[in-house]
Design a protein around this ligand. Structure first.
Ligand code: AMP
Ligand code: GLY
Length: 418
């Protein structure tokens, strides 16, 4: 078998996905569209806009692509899977209707409420006055979530009423604005990410990971897309993963099916292990970033083999490397706000860790940062502590003056104190 795979997207997640396909003996060629210069070790980058569906279809037909794997949420929410399927191109990614699960917090919350899927208590409000009224009867700690795709940055976990009011003011900058916003109960506990490969009624869970969402050490600062991750997650026993599969993942896939929306693609459940059991924080309709960069390196079974079997309704067994994987994100200074850009990054060739490029470009022979998250530096080792030591050792060698990283990814103190 000599498969040709097209991955849509351009970040570290897509670099890790392309890497997983590249190492499969069945895959002849991996293309990433548009990709970034750091992934040219594993894929051919194709400069087409991920939202230019007509040109993508022409490319798939011309290159006889066997499978399209969609990385980010935006093309999914614009219907890329619907249009590819309509053109008889095999695609792994949910249809536009199912992508609402991520694109609209209120759609997801209402579906969970209708089907009794455990999640934080909430109210969807549309105006500033409504938001303030709800706040007066539900004081902080409280969580404010703007509706729509916000790249992990539209959520404020307000520990006091002043922060809560500021978050409401930033969504409703004047009284006339009407926009949905979810205000929900603050959940306390240990967070974990459970990603599954799904085709209709078949669901394959991958090992769970822990993301670090806050920008700075000791979980300070604003929420980001994720500043580092590790897999496995030693504080979450298998019984809680089983509970999440039974009470959350299977019921939401079933709920979508009952609403006439069959699901194919990755389902990401962001979960909290609370004193009252596992509760849903959010669903995403694609792989997490940087979770993917620490999960896929542990996958021994070729990714394409799993997906082709899954989509043919054949039984799939997946083999997972027993080693642990940890990744630390190097981000541009200022992230998740306005960032510095185009600074050189040196000495990447001196590190042993695997580097996934999240946001780099090339100037002459140098990599430069493109703003936002830049690199995810990852290592596999027998224990998480060893993986962490390898990654931090290598980060010290990288010279990227415009970038910063957290120093405490995978630190026991953080996870144990929660
Ligand atoms: P989301 O985009 O919904 O995943 O939220 C981003 C991050 O905010 C999550 O990963 C959590 O760390 C935090 N968060 C979101 N909702 C809640 C909640 N109800 N209680 C506590 N933390 C939350
Ligand atoms: N790292 C969290 C996400 O991808 O949404």
């Amino acid at each position: 078998m000599e498969r040709k795979i097209l991955v849509i997207g351009s970040g570290g997640r897509e670099h890790a996905i392309a890497h997983a396909f590249h190492k499969s003996p069945n895959v002849k060629q991996v293309y990433v569209l548009p990709g970034n210069p750091g992934m040219e070790d594993v894929a051919n980058c194709v400069s087409i806009d991920p939202l230019d569906f007509e040109t993508i279809i022409e490319f798939c037909i011309k290159e006889q692509i066997d499978l399209v794997f969609v990385g980010p949420e935006l093309p999914l929410s614009k219907g890329i899977s619907d249009i590819l399927k309509h053109n008889n191109i095999l695609v792994f990614g949910p249809f536009q209707k199912a992508a609402q699960l991520e694109a609209s917090k209120s759609f997801a919350k209402d579906l969970m409420a209708d089907y009794n899927i455990p999640t934080a208590k909430y109210k969807t409000v549309f105006k500033r006055i409504e938001a303030l009224q709800y706040l007066s009867s539900h004081p902080a700690p409280i969580v404010i979530k703007a509706d729509g795709l916000m790249a992990g940055k539209g959520v404020t976990v307000a520990m006091d009423d002043i922060q809560a009011r500021e978050a409401i003011d930033s969504i409703y900058s004047d009284e006339s604005i009407q926009a949905p916003c979810v205000i929900e109960e603050y959940l306390e506990g240990e967070e974990f990410s459970l990603m599954c490969l799904v085709h209709e009624d078949q669901i394959i869970p991958l090992p769970i990971a822990r993301d670090h969402k806050r920008a700075f050490d000791q979980d300070e600062g604003p929420n980001t897309g994720g500043m580092g991750a590790f897999c496995p997650h030693p504080l979450i026993p298998q019984s809680l993963v089983d509970e999440a599969m039974t009470k959350i993942v299977k019921p939401i896939i079933n709920a979508l099916r009952l609403e006439g929306i069959p699901y194919t693609g990755v389902l990401y459940a962001g979960l909290m292990a609370t004193n009252e059991g596992v509760k849903t924080i959010e669903f995403n309709v694609r792989f997490g970033d940087p979770e993917t960069e620490v999960i896929l390196p542990r996958l021994i079974t070729p990714l394409d083999e799993i997906l082709f079997k899954l989509m043919k309704h054949e039984a799939v067994n997946i083999e997972i490397d027993s080693r642990a994987c940890l990744g630390v994100v190097l981000a541009s200074r200022g992230y998740p706000g306005k960032t510095e850009m185009y600074g050189p990054i040196h000495h990447l060739d001196q590190v042993d860790s695997t580097i996934y490029h999240m946001g780099t470009s090339k100037q002459d022979n140098d990599y430069i940062n493109q703003g936002g998250r830049v690199l995810c530096v990852t290592a596999l080792a027998d224990t998480l502590d060893e993986a962490k030591a390898k990654v931090y050792h290598d980060l010290k060698k990288i010279d990227a003056k415009q970038c910063f990283y957290r120093n405490d990814i995978g630190q026991n103190k953080i996870t144990l104190e929660v």
